[in-house]
Design a protein around this ligand. Structure first.
Ligand SMILES: Nc1ncnc2c1ncn2[C@@H]1O[C@H](COP(=O)(O)OP(=O)(O)O)[C@@H](O)[C@H]1O
Ligand SMILES: [Mg+2]
Length: 320
């Protein structure tokens, strides 16, 4: 039988398997005695849209900052475009687009001047760059606002401007650290549409978010982080199947009822949160009999989502 696997070419030309755009091995970041990122391994391939989910303090921003060369790893190797981040940050930054968690626009300048200052940072000048800035403002529906001073923009406009700015240098990879946190649903959907359009044009994305819907809409693969570790990684549906099963029965159950259910149905994977009990299973048929026996008005049998995986792995209790 013919070998269907792609083979690396051995004729000295380009290999058929593209090398990863980002490759992390054992990456650690410490701030004094605090370990913010604790030994990460992952790879980002061309055209990936990878998401990083995690409770506050999980280390997402620290990881993004190391990738865009604002923070140096304490240990491990981190290569972006094949370049070790400590070796040549400037060459990496020239090919990256960055949307930091906090908008870092100059509040006293106009929309247009903010873009032009950024261009100068990359040594980009001239009519071609101005044309691109105009196209990007159009693309993010901000052209009408080009003369507005940043202070007078809404939160959604500032975020769209930071995204437009990240695209000025025609990056190959764009890092988005919570691009839509705190925005209204209309703006969020506009941003999603634009990001998907860019993905279809061949761009590669890294995204952090607290919105599971955002992760499911945009990302083809997810990394769930907690305490500086990646605790689960994979395609959204694979994560759901592996960690919770495709259905959940959510019910109010006291410890006695839980003990009884556990005795009678030891095979279901379970989680408790306050008064609520979550029973996970691969099919709704498996859970249906439990509804009739133990169900009450508060019971709900529903398909699971990435949110259930996230809460199962990182806990349903509040983190502060
Ligand atoms: N510059 C810094 N100095 C000291 N501690 C930091 C610094 N940046 C982040 N941390 C700490 O590192 C941990 C991870 O933070 P961060 O990467 O911002 O997490 P996330 O983005 O997932 O919320 C947190 O405990 C945070 O307080
Ligand atoms: Mg963060």
């Amino acid at each position: 039988m013919a070998n269907m696997m792609p083979q690396a070419a051995d004729n000295g030309r380009m290999p058929l398997i593209a090398p990863p755009l980002i490759e992390a091995r054992g990456v650690v970041k410490r701030y004094g005695s605090l370990t913010a990122v604790d030994g990460l391994d992952f790879a980002v391939m061309p055209r990936d849209f990878q998401g990083f989910l995690g409770p506050n303090g999980a280390g997402k921003t620290t990881l993004m900052k190391m990738i865009y060369c604002l923070a140096e790893p304490t240990e491990g190797t981190l290569r972006v475009f094949g370049i070790e981040v400590r070796e040549d940050p400037r060459r990496i930054k020239a090919r990256l687009g960055v949307v930091p968690q906090e908008n870092n626009l100059d509040p006293d300048l106009s929309v247009w001047d903010n873009l032009m200052i950024y261009c100068r940072y990359f040594g980009l000048r001239g009519p071609a760059v101005e044309r691109r800035a105009r196209e990007l403002l159009d693309f993010m529906e901000l052209w009408e606002r080009r003369d507005t001073i940043i202070m007078h923009l809404s939160g959604g406009m500032k975020r769209r401007l930071v995204i437009a700015r990240a695209l000025l240098n025609e990056p190959e990879v764009v890092v988005l650290d919570e691009p839509t946190t705190g925005l209204d649903p209309q703006v969020r959907h506009l941003i999603w549409d634009r990001l998907l359009e860019l993905r279809d044009q061949g761009l590669t994305f890294l995204l952090t978010t607290h919105y599971m819907e955002e992760a499911e809409n945009l990302c083809d693969s997810l990394n769930i982080m907690d305490h500086g570790h990646i605790i689960a990684a994979g395609r959204p549906l694979d994560l759901v199947r592996k960690h919770v099963g495709e259905f959940v029965l959510e019910m109010v159950a006291d410890p006695e009822l839980e003990a009884r259910i556990t005795r009678e149905h030891p095979d279901f994977s379970r989680q408790r949160s306050g008064q609520r009990l979550y029973l996970y299973a691969p099919t709704s048929e498996a859970l249906a009999p439990l509804v009739s026996v133990y169900g009450s008005r508060e019971s709900r049998l529903r398909p699971t989502s990435v949110e259930d995986v996230f809460l199962k792995l990182t806990g349903r209790e509040i983190r502060e």
